[in-house]
Design a protein around this ligand. Structure first.
Ligand code: MG
Length: 260
């Protein structure tokens, strides 16, 4: 089994990066692993922590219409260069934390995506250089208020609500290009989304190289690589589970906002 790199909070509120063992205990690292964090003598028991999102990005870059079949279902052509947008870091939540359905929207969609985590400063990289800046892979749900995306003509509001970027559950360093991505809603046996990550139009290295011509990517930053076809709406109470072979499952339930 591949090493699983996690970020956790213990019962005292202390945040750690660590390595998740098969028995769910954690070997604590002394720094984020992409900043040469080393294993320490500290271990956390399986009941002694809660998973956080596996990194704390300074920014999250995302790409629209990076699978041809999804571009078609949105009534769009495949872009000739990556169509970028950003999600603020405050969208990030961990697996098992609730997605809050925002009152301004009446149509919130899941978007299962492969996420790459940057391990080293990336500025004006070639695709070959960019590949070496990718530290690992995790899973994201690019939650989108579809009605607001259509109404606003740009995507900041639709993509930017708090809790709109479930991320995790952990990072692995290697990913098979034939890995299957699937999105499930509740206990439905059939996936709503199913694709091979290699079907994306612009590869992770091409995306990182392209973004690095515009802005410097920093260690811990995240790039969402786009969603395959099969996006669809959620309602309060739905559980969305995104699986990528070789990584694991990211699962979050949609909840109504707390009334004031
Ligand atoms: Mg997306």
């Amino acid at each position: 089994m591949a090493y699983r790199y996690v970020r956790v909070v213990d019962v005292q509120g202390q945040i750690y990066y660590g390595l998740l063992n098969p028995d769910r205990t954690i070997q604590v690292l002394d720094a984020p692993p992409w900043l040469t964090g080393q294993v320490t003598d500290l271990h956390l028991g399986a009941e002694d922590y809660t998973l956080l999102a596996p990194c704390a990005p300074s920014k999250i870059l995302a790409v629209g219409r990076n699978y041809a079949a999804h571009a078609a279902e949105m009534g769009s052509d495949v872009p000739v260069e990556p169509l970028l947008f950003m999600k603020p870091p405050t969208t990030v939540i961990a697996t098992q934390q609730p997605i809050i359905y925002p009152p301004p929207s009446e149509r919130v969609d899941y978007e299962g995506e492969l996420a790459v985590v940057i391990g080293d400063r990336a500025h004006q990289c070639t695709p070959e250089q960019a590949a070496s800046k990718i530290w690992g892979y995790t899973i994201a749900n690019d939650v989108t208020a579809r009605d607001l995306q259509r109404r606003d003509n740009q995507w900041t509001r639709a993509k930017g609500f708090n809790t709109f970027c479930p991320l995790g559950p952990w990072i692995v360093r290697e990913l098979n290009t034939e890995a299957k991505l699937q999105t499930f809603v509740n206990d439905e046996p059939e996936p709503r989304q199913q694709a091979i990550v290699d079907q994306m139009i612009f590869s992770p290295a091409q995306l990182v190289a392209y973004i690095s011509q515009i802005m410097t990517l920093l260690p811990g930053d995240v790039v969402l690589t786009g969603t395959p076809e099969g996006v669809g709406p959620v309602v309060v109470g739905d559980r969305i589970r995104i699986e990528i072979e070789g990584i694991g499952n990211l699962e979050n339930q949609v909840m109504a906002p707390l009334t004031k």
